[in-house]
Design a binder for this molecule. Sequence first.
Ligand code: URA
Length: 234
Amino acid sequence: MEQIRLDKYLADSGIGSRSQVKQYIKKRQVSVNGAFITSGDIKIHPQTDVVQFQGQTIAREPYVYYMLNKPAGSVSATIDNTCPTVLSFIHDTTHSDLFPVGRLDKDTEGLLLITNDGDLAHRLLSPKKHVDKTYYVEVDSEIPKTAISTFALGMNIGEEKSTLPASLELLSSNRAYLTIQEGKFHQVKRMFHGVGCEVTYLKRIRMGSLELDTSLSPGDYRPLTKEELAALSK
Ligand code: URA
């Protein structure tokens, strides 16, 4: 879980400017988990540490959840020297601990959850949970009908284990929806490669119960609704 400097945390929570906060700390008006602190340099866990100012507990930094329609050309990382990161689209200066839940390739578009809730991310990404992910796929040639059973049975994509059963819904000769239960590196591209097709366009449209909001253009985002969050947290 991401840590944050105590003085930044206090200033972000609105009790005063960074320099005012430093004075409060000097005057022993701030405690963390019951112990008075004398330096703002220390780092705290904003979700679990109890921070008090003049005896009043400062509300814990709430978790936030954003649905981003990731544009092609962006990278699923928090920092990158050459490309825009998926976080660069999120205009939230209050939460310094946001991260993307899982990764989409640089050229993949679509649904990416951005949050600071490590537990939820862990649950969604755990290989044991088999959270379904649905992709809209376009490929360079005709998808063989046999791909439906090949994907359903699980296939060898050069890993130790075969892929778990995946469901392919053909939309036309070279367009389909594919639902997979895992998130192996380049999985969709490697599965199609295995049946003789190269992916030319890939977009994630669903992750578990969460569906990409079709009103979001690439690069747009919005907070999850209460209903979406409740369904995802189940
Ligand atoms: N599978 C891929 O090949 N790429 C992605 O970005 C996601 C799934």
